[in-house]
Structures are given as C-alpha cells and as structure tokens.
Design a protein around this ligand. Structure first.
Ligand SMILES: Cc1cc2nc3c(=O)[nH]c(=O)nc-3n(C[C@H](O)[C@H](O)[C@H](O)COP(=O)(O)OP(=O)(O)OC[C@H]3O[C@@H](n4cnc5c(N)ncnc54)[C@H](O)[C@@H]3O)c2cc1C
Length: 389
C-alpha cells in the first residue's frame, strides 16, 4: 500500500496521539486544528494504564510525562457526607504492578504540550476550522472556514464530542443530554485542610450527585462535581454561567473536604454532560471517526481520553500493517466498536451506582461490592488492564 495522505481533523488527545503513532510507523499526517493556540486551560484528565502503557512504552514519552503527571496509588470510595470509607483499592504501587503502567493525573495543557511537541509544528495546521468535506471525487477535499482547502486520501474525524465531521457524515446532530451536569476546577493543596488521602483518586458519593478528584503533577487537585439535573438542559450551548450558591446548593451539608474543594476556585461554568449513541459504522467513504467523535461518553468512569488513545493506537497499527486502506479501516472499526460500546454503557450506569438515595434497598449491596477486595478483578481489570491492539 502506498503511504496515504492522512488528514486528521482535531489536535485533541486522540488526534495528536494518532499523528504520533503514525509517525512511529513511518506514516506522515497533517493535523488541522480549529484553535490558533493549543492551550487547554483549567482542567485535567486522569489517564489509566490502558492508555499510559502506550505513552510510556512505544511512544517513548515516559520521561516527559513523569515530569508533569502525578501517579495515583489508590482508589477510594467514600460517603459524601460522613466521609466514611466505603472501599479502598490498590494501595502502594500495586496499581502499576497489576497493570504494568500508571494511573496518573495530568493537566490537559501539559498533555497537549507534550503531544504537540512530539508531533512537531510541521505537521500541525492551527487556526483551521473544518466546515465541509467533499468525498465525491478521486480524493477527499477538506474546506476550512477561511475558504482554504486541502486534499487527502483519508480524513480522520478526531474533532471531539461536538464533532463537525460526525455531523457531516450522519447528516444530523445526535447529541444526547445525560441528565447530569458538572462543575470542574483545579485547587491548590493549601485550600484542602480536611482532605484525607490526598494522593488518591476519590469518589465521594451521595444522593443526586458525586465528587471525583485526583492530584495532578503540580500538587494541585483536579475535581469534577457532578449533580443530577437540570432536566431538561435548556441552554443552546453545552455550558452556562453559574454562581457559588448554585454550585453548593446540593452539597452544602457534605463533608468539609468536599465543601472546601468545590468552593475554593473561582466559579466556572456549569457543564452539561452529553454523550452520543453508538454508531454501527465508523467509516464513511474516505472518512473515519476516532475518539469522542466516534463515541462521546459521560466522564463517570474517566475513560473518554483513554478510549481516544486506544483508538489512535489501533488505527495507526492497522494503517501501518494493512495492504489495503479500506480493509485496514474496517479492521479498526471491528476492533474498537464493541470495546467502546461497553465502556460507554458502563460510564452511563456508573452514575446510578454513585447516586443511590439514602433509603435505597440497593445501598448495602452497592457498598459491599465497592468495599470488596475483588472489585478491581470484577469491575476494573477489563478497562484498565486492556491492551488495545
Ligand atoms: C468534565 C469532563 C471530565 C473528563 N474527565 C476525563 C478523565 O478524567 N479521563 C478521561 O479519559 N476522559 C475524561 N473526559 C473525556 C475527555 O475529555 C474526552 O473524551 C477526550 O478529550 C476526547 O478526546 P478527543 O481527541 O476525541 O477530542 P478532544 O480532546 O475534545 O479534541 C478535539 C479537538 O478537535 C478540535 N476541533 C473541534 N471542531 C473542529 C473543527 N471543526 N475543525 C478543526 N478542529 C476542530 C477541538 O478544538 C479539539 O482540539 C472528561 C470530559 C469531561 C466533559
């Protein structure tokens, strides 16, 4: 197979990882990115072993990541109001021993900086917002908002949860509001006087909401506070301004570690948590979807970025190993579709588990399962221990 001209739309986590993985196979690509500067501010991401194994291993970025991420040694579930520990897993370095790679919190700006530096400016076209793809001729023609165009043999839609490429191939917008919204923030440790187990990734659970937080490389903590509602989501965009009172409304009586954390940063937006229905086909003509554009999911398992990275590794391997472009893309779709569907499903149902009402007859069973030493074997190994390929 002649080296295809690959155009990747979106320099997010999936698009940059794909470009880099292709490069390692000797395949060049051009990444077209809407923003003029790669500078995700104000949020972090937790990467699990199913993704970090590739950054540390074959992509050769272990040293660079070690300088900016915080390895997370433990997973803790707590009652959101009393703070009582419901379950505690891994501990020490057993996560790394079990899965062969770390669980790590990293600021998105650091992640994007490492990936984009490795991809190199010659392969990045910033300030290019894709508006159309014409796939009717002998090559695909991409059109950008400034009127410029580019030709490619293969177009990868890695343009995130609000993907233009997905809308273009489907012909409609299929975003689904999950019924939950969230507030995110990054907090300096000096504000966290009451926080137990500051090294851990922790879920604080309660009726109608939960807090998830973990340390990132700078010593700060990234949090995502999720609450049920509002339903329906009435805003035209996926975020809307909020107030401190609104953010604290459901959580004022929660444990001081929770209230300290979520009231510390400046009030940001409320984020509606949207996802997208699984697709039967990820390949349409010369266009292939990857990451959130293919399978946007809610963040309750912290797997969106991790799944995008798995997609990128598998697609790069297939394109490098195949003799036919269409067969390689069909193999990619086949290898990724069921895996990402399972993770999407697990992500949406996790909210129900975390938000059980106080009087729910399911609570004793839930708490026993979350506390049982076998939790990783039954519920996490299939996600974190997975080796994409
Ligand atoms: C609150 C919250 C918390 C999360 N926490 C985690 C977590 O802890 N762990 C985890 O694994 N995942 C998490 N996720 C999910 C994760 O952020 C996404 O799944 C991940 O970023 C998807 O990667 P991607 O490359 O597909 O898309 P993105 O990273 O969103 O990148 C898409 C890129 O495409 C660009 N783009 C968009 N439209 C165009 C266009 N028309 N033309 C050109 N460029 C375009 C965008 O500017 C962007 O750079 C979280 C999500 C949310 C909302």
């Amino acid at each position: 197979m002649l080296a295809p001209r690959v155009a990747i739309v979106g320099a997010g986590i999936g698009g940059l990882t794909l470009s880099l993985a292709l490069r390692r196979h000797g395949i060049d690509s051009v990444v077209y990115e809407r923003t003029t500067e790669l500078r995700e501010v104000g949020a972090a991401v937790a990467l699990s072993a199913n993704a970090t194994r590739f950054y540390e291993g074959r992509l050769g970025l272990g040293d660079r990541f070690a300088a900016v991420w915080a390895e997370i040694p433990e997973l803790v579930f707590r009652d959101g109001r009393s703070g009582e520990v419901v379950g505690r897993h891994y501990g020490g370095d057993s996560y790394r021993r079990r899965y062969g790679a770390p669980y790590a919190g990293v600021h998105r700006a650091d992640l994007q900086a490492i990936l984009s530096a490795a991809v190199g400016p010659e392969s990045l076209q910033l300030g290019h917002t894709l508006t159309a793809v014409d796939d009717s001729g002998t090559e695909a023609i991409l059109t950008f908002d400034d009127g410029s165009t580019a030709a490619a043999d293969l177009v990868i839609g890695a343009d995130g949860a609000r993907s233009t490429v997905r809308r273009l191939v489907l012909g409609y917008d299929d975003a689904l509001y999950s019924g939950c919204s969230g507030f995110r923030g990054i907090v300096d440790p000096s504000h966290l006087q009451s926080l137990p187990d500051p090294e851990a990734i922790q879920f604080w659970m309660g009726p109608e909401g939960h807090l998830l937080h973990y340390p990132i490389g700078s010593g700060a903590h990234n949090f995502l506070l999720v609450e049920r509602g509002p339903a329906p989501w009435a805003h035209p965009t996926w975020t809307c301004p909020t107030t401190t009172e609104e953010r604290m409304r459901r959580f004022a009586e929660w444990h001081p570690a929770v209230t300290e954390m979520v009231s510390a940063p400046e009030v940001g937006d409320r984020w509606a948590l949207f996802h997208r229905p699984p697709l039967a086909r990820w390949n349409h003509g010369r266009i292939t979807l990857l990451g959130d554009a293919a399978h946007a999911l809610v963040p309750h398992h912290g797997q969106g970025a991790n799944q995008s990275i798995e997609d990128a590794i598998v697609l790069a391997d297939q394109l490098a190993g195949g003799t036919d472009l269409d067969e390689a893309r069909a193999a990619y779709e086949h290898l990724r579709r069921d895996r990402t569907r399972r993770v999407q499903y697990a992500s949406i149902t996790t909210a129900d588990v975390l938000h059980l009402p106080d009087d729910s007859p399911l609570r004793p069973g839930r708490d026993a399962r979350l506390g049982a030493p076998g939790l990783p074997d039954r519920h996490l190994d299939w996600i974190h221990g997975f080796v994409a390929g």
